[in-house]
Write a protein that binds this ligand. Structure first.
Ligand SMILES: C[S@@+](CC[C@H](N)C(=O)[O-])C[C@H]1O[C@@H](n2cnc3c(N)ncnc32)[C@H](O)[C@@H]1O
Length: 311
């Protein structure tokens, strides 16, 4: 794989959109998404993107390094992207958005802002909600700490919402590309042919023909259990060696892998407007899809290069 990295000093300060690095299949622009969408660079992507896969800056009750917006400001800011995203998508394209849970500042109650932002985004883009997913992270540290660890009046907030959206009610998708390995008991049933067919207490009739067939794996549910604990991956090693702080909100590689496989095929174009450590671009590269990612913060841009180094 070729990797060309453009040094920070090459950056002409008047330009708000610049390529920071590129590979054979993709490029990361150092830019804010709003600057990219108002630049001429965006036009070559119109109607070409199969999947917009992203985890936008979360709505937080405290400021993180990259200065998240809060409240109504966020809802308005995010909804504006509905039109921009729609122009990029192919007719059968999809948008997948990961949104974490937010909490009210200083109170043990949840914020509905993420849900409001999603609803406004759907309305603005006249999008269909194809399916909701839950991404459960069993290794997530207990939070919000005050309510969970100190006062012990709430439990661990351990999942994010993943919303699959499209302008089309039948976007390109194929669950045969994301089959899970059969459980031990299912493998046994298939091997012995002793499937317990017939009527279930739920009144469903389970036919032997359909359930005793080897479909090369099980159809996954919409609850994805994914940890982010692989300490030895290229990205973390690169951050350690080059003294970068790893991105604090990077998503699980498996989440990007699941949706890229499910909703695209090789050579399709995947776009992530809030790239962070570029999990999306790196997974797209690995799966032989083309990709474009955006990220404004220097350290996140240059540490994400580590995902494209072989070791
Ligand atoms: C939740 S993180 C994305 C994490 C990413 N999925 C990963 O796996 O590393 C959101 C990213 O959006 C970036 N961001 C914040 N405001 C932005 C803007 N206006 N345009 C583009 N990116 C922005 C932040 O710097 C942050 O890296």
């Amino acid at each position: 794989m070729s990797l060309i990295i453009y040094k920070k000093k090459d950056y002409n300060k008047r330009r708000k959109v610049r390529i920071a690095y590129k590979t054979d299949r993709g490029r990361l622009y150092q830019t804010k998404a709003e600057d990219f969408f108002s630049s001429s660079k965006v036009k070559v992507l119109y109607g070409k993107v199969q999947l917009i896969f992203t985890s936008p800056p979360f709505i937080l009750n405290r400021k993180k390094k990259y200065g998240n917006l809060t409240g109504e400001e966020y809802i308005t800011w995010f909804a504006k992207f509905a039109h921009d995203f729609k122009k990029l998508l192919k007719k059968d394209g999809s948008i997948v958005i990961e949104l974490g849970n937010g909490w009210e500042p200083g109170k043990p109650t949840m914020s509905t802002l993420a849900l409001q932002a999603l609803l406004k985004f759907l309305e603005e883009g006249k999008f269909h909600l194809c399916q909701q997913f839950i991404c459960y992270n069993p290794a997530r540290l207990p939070s919000p700490a005050q309510w969970v660890n100190v006062e012990r009046i709430r439990v661990k907030d351990a999942f994010t919402h993943v919303w699959w959206i499209s302008p089309n009610d039948r976007p390109k998708a194929n669950n045969r590309r994301i089959l899970k390995e059969y459980s031990k008991s299912m493998k046994h049933l298939l091997a012995t042919g002793k499937y317990n067919s017939g009527k279930r207490p739920s009144e469903h009739h389970i036919g032997k023909e359909s359930f005793n067939k080897d479909n090369k794996g099980a159809i996954p549910p919409n609850v994805l259990t994914l940890s982010n604990t692989k300490a030895n991956d290229n990205y973390l090693a690169y951050c350690r060696i080059n003294r970068f702080q790893p991105h604090p909100a990077r998503m699980q590689n498996g989440l990007a892998e699941f949706f890229i496989k499910f909703l695209t095929t090789p050579r399709n174009l995947v776009f992530d407007p809030f790239g962070g450590s570029n999990t999306t671009g790196a997974m797209a590269e690995k799966l032989k899809r083309r990709w474009v990612s955006l990220e404004p913060v220097d350290d996140y841009v240059y540490s994400s290069v580590g995902r494209f180094k072989s070791s």
